[in-house]
Structures are given as structure tokens and as C-alpha cells.
Design a protein around this ligand. Structure first.
Ligand SMILES: Cc1ncc(COP(=O)(O)O)c(C=O)c1O
Length: 395
């Protein structure tokens, strides 16, 4: 039996069966559905993209995998070279892994060992309320979501604060000298409720991390590659470690990249073998995913995706901001993400089937009806999504 994610299997409604997918469309036997959430926010170029398919096929015909320990290959070397100019600042040291969760684990392990290697005795991590960083143990600990992780004990060494500067300053005043790291989904918190906050919070966090010598980690697994309307939030505020995933491979195959600055890398570099970073997923730096990532970045730059995302933001704002209903608590838009938050989650019961009949695949959760669309979406397709959202309240 297939054990599905985030669902009580006993009363789960049967899944829609996808038989094909192309462009922004997921296809079932009786419907063509615009994928309003880009298969959990990763499918930025849409499905069956000719160039991505080709990049993968070419590499498959050469070789599809080899371990990275003690070996190298052309796709990873070319990707390494590309990332050095594509990613901001000196985020030039790249550790690859299989998924966003593992990429964040890697970042947290780096922060812990960075401190140990320099002889700093620190015990706490600072994270955000409503954070989501993955489903493995330590990512759950820095995450803050009862709905996802209620079966697991809280970690007393992780402090969660809301995204306001007053609480941030208080936390640093109280724990600053004992902090291993500060971790955040920058500007946009996804699974915690498509929540958006201001860059001033991160700017102040950067100052405080510098002041207290705390490792700053951005989890850009969801925000990276344009989702917030910035290429990377790390372009605006440079963290010490940034994690990328999802769109990294154009959404084709799971992979993550934990990128560190020279300062972090140097903390592991030396003659003593015990300083080395001890982590090594089987599929890290897989040649197929590296080929995909390279092609995905090439398309992202060549086709000026940032202006596509700007257009998505403008259309979503035009269609949604100001939309009112007494059941709605808030409407918000940032870059390629938009959300209608309702007061009571029950308001969204049945919305998925309603949208299916209108040719849109949606996946509302808790109190959030939202879109994180593929960047290749047309205006007409985007309006079909926003119209479907609005129609739900007008029926
Ligand atoms: C911000 C963030 N971090 C980490 C993850 C985990 O990524 P993965 O599902 O690839 O493990 C997610 C997934 O949604 C995410 O949104």
C-alpha cells in the first residue's frame, strides 16, 4: 500500500491519478489541471520541458551516477563554476545532498561543528515561530508547527521568536553569547502559512549575528530562485550558510545545495582530520541532477525569469488584493506566491474538488488557500487560478 504524506490514511479521499504532465498542466483521465502549486513549489519551468529532458537524457547516456567521495565529474565541476558567479557574495563552498530537509540538517551540523572546531561552547539555536525546515529530527526542532510535528517532543535548546525586531533584539540580548546559529526562511515562511515579513527584520538579524558572532543560516529551499520576487533573499542580506532545493533542479529530481561562505569553510580547513565535515549522502552531486541544475539556471537567466515573476506578482496583486469576504482574514502576495488566509479552516473543505472541476489543481492546508505557480504561466492561466479562488467565496 502506498502510505501518503500528511494524511490520515483511513479517511483519505482517493488521490487524483496523473497520467501525463506538460507545461503548467497535470493531466488526469478526464481533466487538464493547472498546477497552482508547482508540485510543492519546485516545478518552476513546468512539466516536460524539452531542454531539461534533453539535458537529462544526454547525461543518462554517459552515466547516471557515481559517488562523490574521491571522484569528480564534468557536470558537478561545471555547476560549481556556475554557482560561484550565480550565487551572491562568497557563498562559494558547496555541499550537495538529496533533499531540502537533509540540506538544512547539513547546514545545522555545519553550524554546530563550526563552533566546536573553534572551541566555542554554545548550546542554543534561534529560529522563527511558524517556521518549517523539513521533517527530519533537527529540522523539526528548528521548525515550529504543531500541525506537522505534534508527536515529537520540543527541543529545549531551540528558541522560537516571531518576526519582529523587538523580539529579535530581546532574544539576542538574552541568549546571544550562547547561540550556535540563527535560522530563518527569509521573507516568506511557506508551510507555516505562506507568511510574509519585512527585510528590515533580516537586516537587523545580520547585524546581531555579527555582533554576537552567531552563524546565520537562510533556508532558501522554498524562497530561492525567485519565489519572493528576489532572485535569492541572500542577494539582499548575505547569510553565512544558505540552503537551496526544490527549484534547484527545475523540480525534476530531489536535490539540495548547502552553500557556505569562506569564513565557515575555513573553520573546517586544516591539518587536523577531526576538523573535517563528516557527512556524505549516497546521491550527493549526482551527475543527472547537476546537469539539470545547470540547464535550469541557464534557462532562468536566459529567459529573464525575474521579469516573469514580477509580472506574476503584478497580476496576482491586481486580481486578489482588495478581494473581500467575511470569512477571509487576510490576502497577501509576494513575488510568485499568493495566499488567501481564512478565519476558519473549515471554509476550505471541498475547495480542492471545486477547483478540479474548474481545471485547477490546488492544495489548501490549515487556513491557507494559496498559489506558488510555475514561472512559465500565462496571464490567462494565472487568472483562471485566482478566479477559481474568488469563485469559491461567491458560490
Ligand atoms: C523552507 C523549506 N525547507 C525545507 C524543506 C524540506 O524540503 P524537502 O521536502 O525537499 O525535504 C521545505 C519543503 O517544503 C521547505 O519549504
Amino acid at each position: 500500500m502506498i502510505w501518503y504524506p500528511y494524511i490520515q490514511m483511513k479517511n483519505m479521499k482517493p488521490p487524483y491519478k496523473i497520467i501525463d504532465a506538460e507545461g503548467v498542466y497535470l493531466k488526469t483521465a478526464d481533466a487538464n489541471l493547472i498546477d497552482s502549486i508547482s508540485s510543492w513549489w519546485c516545478m518552476i519551468h513546468g512539466y516536460k520541458h524539452t531542454e531539461l529532458n534533453e539535458a537529462m537524457k544526454v547525461q543518462i547516456d554517459r552515466f547516471s551516477h557515481c559517488l562523490l567521495a574521491g571522484l569528480s565529474h564534468d557536470p558537478i565541476e561545471r555547476l560549481n563554476e556556475k554557482l560561484e558567479t550565480f550565487l551572491p557574495g562568497d557563498l562559494n563552498y558547496y555541499f550537495f545532498s538529496d533533499s531540502g530537509s537533509v540540506g538544512v540538517e547539513v547546514a545545522l551540523k555545519m553550524a554546530v561543528q563550526f563552533n566546536k572546531n573553534r572551541g566555542a561552547v554554545r548550546s542554543k539555536m534561534l529560529a522563527l515561530k511558524n517556521a518549517y525546515h523539513g521533517d527530519t529530527f533537527m529540522t523539526m526542532a528548528v521548525g515550529d508547527d504543531e500541525d506537522y510535528h505534534n508527536a515529537f517532543p520540543k527541543n529545549p535548546n531551540v528558541i522560537h521568536i516571531p518576526t519582529n525586531i523587538e523580539d529579535l533584539e530581546k532574544a539576542f540580548a538574552q541568549y546571544g553569547d550562547d547561540l550556535i546559529c540563527f535560522i530563518a526562511e527569509p521573507l516568506l515562511q511557506g508551510a507555516g502559512g505562506i507568511r510574509m515579513y519585512d527585510i528590515s527584520f533580516l537586516r537587523r538579524a545580520r547585524q546581531l549575528c555579527d555582533q554576537y558572532d552567531v552563524v546565520m543560516i537562510f533556508d532558501e529551499v522554498a524562497t530561492g530562485f525567485g519565489r519572493t520576487g528576489n532572485r535569492f533573499v541572500s542577494d539582499l542580506v548575505l547569510p553565512d550558510i544558505a540552503v537551496f532545493g526544490k527549484a534547484l533542479t527545475g523540480g525534476y529530481v530531489g536535490h539540495a545545495l548547502t552553500a557556505a561562505t569562506k569564513k565557515i569553510f575555513d573553520g573546517f580547513y586544516g591539518d587536523d582530520p577531526s576538523l573535517a565535515f563528516m557527512h556524505g549522502p549516497t546521491f550527493m552531486g549526482n551527475p543527472l541532477v547537476c546537469s539539470l541544475a545547470l540547464k535550469s539556471i541557464e534557462i532562468f537567466e536566459r529567459d529573464d525569469y525575474m521579469s516573469k515573476i514580477k509580472r506574476i506578482e503584478e497580476i496576482a496583486k491586481r486580481e486578489l488584493i482588495g478581494f473581500q469576504d467575511e470569512r477571509i482574514a487576510d490576502v497577501r502576495v509576494m513575488g510568485g506566491a499568493f495566499c488567501i488566509e481564512v478565519k476558519d479552516g473549515k471554509t476550505l473543505d471541498g475547495f480542492q474538488d471545486f477547483a478540479y472541476k474548474r481545471g485547477v489543481f490546488v492544495r489548501p492546508f490549515v487556513r491557507y488557500m494559496y498559489g506558488m505557480v510555475p514561472y512559465i504561466i500565462t496571464e490567462e492561466q494565472l487568472v483562471q487560478i485566482t478566479d477559481t479562488m474568488k469563485a469559491w467565496f461567491r458560490r
